[in-house]
Design a binder for this molecule. Structure first.
Ligand code: SF4
Length: 93
């Protein structure tokens, strides 16, 4: 249904005839780590994620899988990790 609360006019699976069915009855605002992401929508009540109703949960166990602003960071990290893995393998043998 179309949201009639914080993301007024946006189609959302949590919206029901009785109102928002999401935990807490409303979306949660973005967190610091979301800053710069292309999926942020600005609403009169604050900034929200257009995909996830609770952005902090997406960052609780690592990086948000849908963030548009951290792709380069992930690439850099994996490049840094690879030599480490290689040296660990060497040490094991
Ligand atoms: S997609 Fe992820 S990083 Fe981007 S606003 Fe939503 S929760 Fe935040």
């Amino acid at each position: 249904m179309v949201c009639q609360t914080v993301k007024n006019g946006v189609e959302c699976v949590f919206m029901t005839k009785k109102g928002c069915s999401f935990n807490g009855g409303t979306c949660h605002t973005i967190i610091d780590k979301c800053e710069g992401c292309g999926r942020i929508i600005e609403c009169p009540t604050g900034n929200y994620c257009m995909i996830y109703p609770d952005p902090s949960a997406k960052w609780a166990i690592g990086s948000c899988p849908s963030a548009t602003h951290i792709k380069n960071e992930i690439k850099e990290n994996s490049q840094k990790i690879n030599p480490l893995k290689a040296s660990k393998r060497k040490a094991g043998h």
